[in-house]
Design a protein around this ligand. Structure first.
Ligand code: ZN
Length: 424
């Protein structure tokens, strides 16, 4: 199935797939495979900006960035429990005709990054003083979602998870849970989300008992701890029966938009099961080995879905810091092109993504085109502007800044970028 828009598809004006095509952000190809998004240069800018911001904020919050491979051996996924509990969502193993199959066996593409982060942790001995250790990664994970359920960026098979694992002691995990919630709320607020709904995700013991790792006392302890954190933070919550992961209960947070629609953003999973299974340990104050507790968490969910939802929410009118082209410069006629290029240079030098339109189209056509592309600022350069080194700017919201010094305009745009302002 192709997720590209064809004329026959009846999708709304504001569907992110339509916006993605109009702004040339991403596409899907039958030759590549269903649910595997291709990010075009404009879409890559949006992703890149969010990724850089994400990495910077995580670094400030004490997370360490790591990289891990996309594939892992069958034995790894057996040990991790994924082949027992998660195989339905995994891509089938790679061709067994691999040269070294006798020695190593099959490889699977990763549906989660957890076992890799665990392997990084297990590569050295840790003391209680080092904990919590927080590994983060914007890793591509692959999940073989049913083709009928694929829907543009909202449901894909190659998922960029904004993943992190917090490895901590028993006396730390409640505080860490609380910190993740605060961190996630603050991060999402930058994108204009300020209403959230919290779910406490527990097991569905009636229908899916087999889905979960068996260890009743540990499950109960984990569930009580989560409830306590939610109560201490005075966060109202609903119970989501069946929302727990196979290794532990979770807090799932959804952002609520103006129309009351809920969008999954944060998930924090408390895992008291896998660390022992995976041979994780630290040396305690008593000189003995102890098993740590692990939190799996994502604060955006996946970059694909986050961007898809965000595009629909802002109707493609991205804030300046995320706009692929921030300023379009339109020369009134051929003789103004040189000046347009000079302004482009000056803006680029200030890290403002600017582009001069040197096509031979009429100025009104060029303006229409810039409006269609939802570019925040459009500068028109004619004789008058060249004479006094001023610019006339048309803002995306229809406002007009006539005849202002170029330096003032640059200052304004730089400030909007720096502050990640929603307004222009
Ligand atoms: Zn994980």
């Amino acid at each position: 199935m192709n997720n590209n828009i064809d004329e026959k598809q009846n999708i709304s004006e504001n569907d992110h797939r339509r916006i993605g095509k109009e702004l040339d952000l991403f596409s899907f190809s039958d030759y590549v495979g269903s649910g595997l998004a291709l990010w075009h240069p404009n879409g890559a800018i949006i992703r890149g900006e969010i990724e850089s911001f994400w990495k910077k904020e995580h670094q400030k919050a004490g997370y360490k960035y790591v990289y891990s491979p996309v594939v892992g051996l069958k034995q790894l996924w057996e040990k991790s429990g994924h082949l027992d509990h998660f195989a339905d969502c995994m891509y089938p193993p790679m061709d067994m005709s691999l040269k070294d199959k006798e020695e190593q066996g099959a490889y699977y593409v990763k549906p989660m990054s957890c076992p890799f982060h665990v392997a990084i942790y297990n590569a050295s001995v840790h003391s209680y003083k080092e904990l919590p250790i927080k590994y983060c990664e914007l890793g591509n994970v692959y999940r073989y979602e049913a083709s009928g359920g694929l829907q543009g960026l909202l449901r894909v098979r190659c998922i960029t998870q904004d993943d992190a694992h917090i490895i901590c002691r028993q006396d730390q995990f409640m505080e860490e849970l609380s910190k993740v919630l605060d961190f996630g709320f603050a991060f999402n607020k930058v994108f204009g989300y300020d209403k959230f709904k919290v779910y406490f995700s527990i097991r569905d013991l009636k229908n899916k008992k087999d889905k979960y790792i068996e260890n009743e006392p540990v499950w109960q302890m984990a569930e009580q701890a989560i409830e306590q954190v939610l109560k201490d933070k005075k966060l109202p919550y609903d119970i989501d029966v069946g929302g727990a992961k196979f290794y532990g209960p979770a807090i799932d947070v959804k952002a609520v938009d103006e129309n009351g629609k809920e969008w999954q953003c944060m998930t924090i999973q408390l895992d008291m099961n896998l660390p022992e299974k995976w041979g994780m340990s630290y040396i305690g104050e008593d000189g003995q080995k102890h098993v740590p507790i692990m939190l799996h968490r994502a604060i955006l969910g996946s970059l694909e879905r986050f961007i898809g939802v965000y595009l629909e929410r802002c109707e493609g009118k991205l804030p300046v810091w995320l706009s692929p082209i921030q300023v379009k410069i339109l020369p009134v006629s051929d003789r103004h092109q040189e000046q347009a290029l000079q302004i482009q240079e000056q803006l680029l030098a200030q890290d403002i993504r600017a582009e001069a339109d040197l096509s031979s189209n009429t100025i009104s056509y060029q303006i229409r085109n810039a409006v269609k592309k939802k570019i925040p600022y459009v500068i028109v350069i004619g004789d008058k502007e060249i004479e006094n080194n001023h610019v006339s700017v048309r803002l995306r919201n229809g406002e007009q800044l006539d005849d202002i010094p170029l330096a003032d305009f640059m200052k304004r745009v730089s400030a909007k970028i720096k502050n990640k302002s929603i307004d222009l």
